[in-house]
Design a protein around this ligand. Structure first.
Ligand SMILES: C[S@@+](CC[C@H](N)C(=O)[O-])C[C@H]1O[C@@H](n2cnc3c(N)ncnc32)[C@H](O)[C@@H]1O
Length: 310
């Protein structure tokens, strides 16, 4: 990731103050910052403008890992046609963009904060994006099914040609619709960046109840958020969860002193050492990969994802 300059907009919630969110004033709560006001816009520009100054970067780390896992699933598959991946908390289709196109996260960010595109209406941006991504599409692109509660964001991902299918559903509160069930039935891989915490084992249970294949699950999870309950749910479906040892991935800078205090406090409570990681001002994630026990026994996670110890 190269360092970048952003027009820094001093968002009210950057210091855990009240924010105005689509007309509603949401009181500040101590804890992890939320960016609800940019999660469901008609296009991704506000999302990148807002998270860029915080050096949000977890989709960049996901790109290499998800590409590798999708390629492994494709190589092992007897079925013709593309690998099916389900991106939970897919937002505007960012992981799909990075999985399936000759494109880096920096290039994606540059596009969406570019002054040239700043005044383009959302509908036109979606159709320009469709061409932009089509020109960069990998021949062996995966079929990506996106799930997110943010209806506009998912709709954008579909219109821009990133998501084969998008579903604005909340699997925390209800099982999937018949359409979503049929779309995910043959999933090979489930991916998550920036989503665990918003979603829990409830979403995973609802999803896996409806997948007839045995998908792998790859999730980048903040160290402040335990993954144990999701791992236990996955084990009921025959998946063993491993954490990539000795390697963490920065997600983004803390939004301010209050969030930093909160995160460091959570880590202390969980008995985790923040030295050299969160102590440097960034949230860090761990990578969890869940596979059937035999797959896990055959190839160690470090080999699978191509990372050895630091
Ligand atoms: C930090 S963003 C991550 C987006 C994207 N994966 C990325 O890394 O750039 C969190 C996403 O979770 C979504 N979300 C929140 N609650 C959700 C839920 N219950 N089910 C699905 N998505 C949810 C939000 O709408 C938002 O798009």
């Amino acid at each position: 990731m190269r360092p970048r300059r952003f027009r820094v907009r001093l968002a009210a919630n950057a210091k855990n103050m009240s924010i105005r969110d689509q007309g509603e004033v949401r009181p500040a709560k101590p804890g992890k910052e939320r960016f609800d006001d940019v999660y469901d816009q008609p296009d991704p520009r506000a999302y990148f403008e807002r998270l860029g100054p915080l050096d949000y970067q977890i989709p960049h780390h996901g790109q290499r890992v998800f590409r590798g896992l999708a390629a492994t699933r494709r190589a092992a598959s007897d079925a013709p046609g593309p690998v099916t991946t389900v991106d939970l908390c897919c937002s505007y289709g960012i992981n799909a963009a990075l999985l399936n196109h000759r494109l880096t996260y920096d290039e994606l960010t540059d596009r969406y904060v570019s002054p040239t595109l700043a005044r383009v209406p959302s509908g036109e941006l979606a159709s320009r994006d469709r061409g932009f991504f089509a020109d960069r599409r990998h021949p062996e692109a995966a079929r990506v099914i996106g799930v997110d509660t943010a209806r506009n964001a998912v709709g954008y991902g579909v219109r821009a040609g990133l998501l084969s299918d998008g579903f604005a559903e909340n699997l925390e509160t209800a099982p999937p619709s018949p359409e979503l069930r049929s779309a995910v039935a043959d999933a090979d891989l489930i991916t998550i960046t920036g989503g665990v915490g918003y979603i829990t084992e409830r979403t995973m249970q609802h999803l896996l109840d409806n997948v007839s294949a045995t998908p792998w699950v790859a999730a980048f999870v903040l160290r402040t958020i335990p993954y144990q309950e999701i791992a236990e749910t996955l084990s009921q479906f025959g998946l063993v969860t491993e954490k990539l040892a000795d390697r963490t991935f920065p997600q983004r800078r803390f939004s301010g002193a209050a969030e930093e205090r909160f995160a460091l406090g959570e880590l202390e409570r969980l008995g985790m050492d923040s030295t050299g990681r969160e102590s440097r001002g960034y949230y860090h994630t761990e990578l969890f990969v869940s596979r059937p026990v035999q797959d896990a026994a055959e190839v160690p996670i470090e080999t699978l994802v191509g990372f050895s110890a630091d």
